[in-house]
Design a protein around this ligand. Structure first.
Ligand code: UTP
Length: 297
């Protein structure tokens, strides 16, 4: 029987240096878009895709993240007493069944590839998803669900892909396409953060992956690559070169890079404008701020 994707790894052990000093004490994944932390969007997306086991790769200083998914009986009692049923409903999103969530420690921030490898024993011999919670994707159908459906057709390793500008290629893993079939691209090779002149295309890999367990074996043997880190891109690129079983998937949806300040601000505005209770006042404020900026120029 073909194995289904039911496990997802959430690597959240990075240092989050782009958000210092905030990330000195707050994990990046707990920062909110309006009133929900980034991790909540990632969990909701995974649930929509049928994920049943949620594996967090964490590190020192990420306690707030673990607390977020704990039961809160006192808070619930207080809300019930005040008849705040809508807020109780909001809290439900943070419910996790006993045993559905696991925390694995990455002792040292040796890179995304190393973080994924840390979860190898919990994955075993199954295909699995990787979600980077600082990439927030708003889409009609969850990005991961789109990818799971693609996986059920093609199998292999599937990476979420999107076009970026020449100036941006050096911030991403970039696909060297063997064959472009539109929504899906067969991958010949990948380059991690190439200089614009050396980039094989403008098709960047962003933070959603469905991977075969063979990638974990490759990670075990990898040496440190770009940035002196163990790169997930290097393991997937080796699969592409040697097995020819890697596909880029052009997802439908809008992605926000919430690991960067500008991406986070854009997402905050977009998610605020999408909220019925906030959109009018926020839009008026933005109109006014833009008009004042234009008048001052
Ligand atoms: P980033 O490249 O965004 O790094 O990691 P970072 O440390 O989170 O943030 P900056 O660049 O210092 O601001 C991409 C993803 O990989 C995880 C991060 O938590 C993030 O989800 N990661 C990265 C790990 O879990 N471990 C690592 O050693 C590195």
């Amino acid at each position: 029987m073909k194995k289904r994707v039911t496990k997802a790894i959430f690597p959240v052990a990075g240092l989050g240096t782009r958000f210092l000093p905030a990330t000195k004490s707050i994990p990046k994944e707990i920062m909110t878009l309006v009133d929900r932390p980034l991790i909540q969007y990632a969990i909701d997306e995974a649930r929509e895709a049928g994920i049943k086991e949620f594996i967090f790769v964490t590190a020192k200083g990420k306690g707030a993240l673990e607390d977020y998914f704990d039961a809160a009986p006192e808070l619930e009692k207080a809300l019930r007493k005040k008849n705040k049923t809508d807020l109780l409903q909001e809290l439900k999103a943070t419910d996790m069944d006993s045993g559905a969530i696991a925390y694995i420690r990455q002792r040292e921030a040796l890179g995304l590839g190393h973080a994924v490898w840390c979860a190898r024993r919990l994955i075993g011999n199954e295909p699995f998803a990787v979600i980077l919670p600082d990439d927030v994707i708003s889409a009609e159908k969850s990005c991961l669900l789109q990818m799971v459906q693609q996986y059920e057709e093609t199998r292999g390793n599937i990476v979420a892909a999107m076009e970026v500008s020449n100036e941006q290629v050096s911030s991403y893993g970039i696909i060297d396409p063997a064959e472009d079939m539109g929504q899906i691209v067969a991958v010949r090779d990948m380059a991690e953060k190439p200089a614009p002149a050396e980039a094989p295309s403008n098709l960047a890999v962003i933070g959603r992956y469905i991977l075969e367990p063979s990638v974990l074996k490759r990670l075990s043997t990898l040496k440190r690559g770009s940035g002196d880190e163990i790169q997930l891109t290097d393991a997937i690129a080796a699969e592409a070169r040697e097995e020819g079983n890697v596909f880029g998937y052009r997802f439908d949806g809008q992605r926000y890079d919430c690991g960067s300040k500008i991406g986070y601000l854009k997402a905050t505005i977009a998610f605020g404008l999408a909220r019925d209770d906030l959109k009018e006042e926020l839009a008026d404020f933005l109109d006014g701020a833009i008009a004042r900026r234009r008048a001052a120029e």
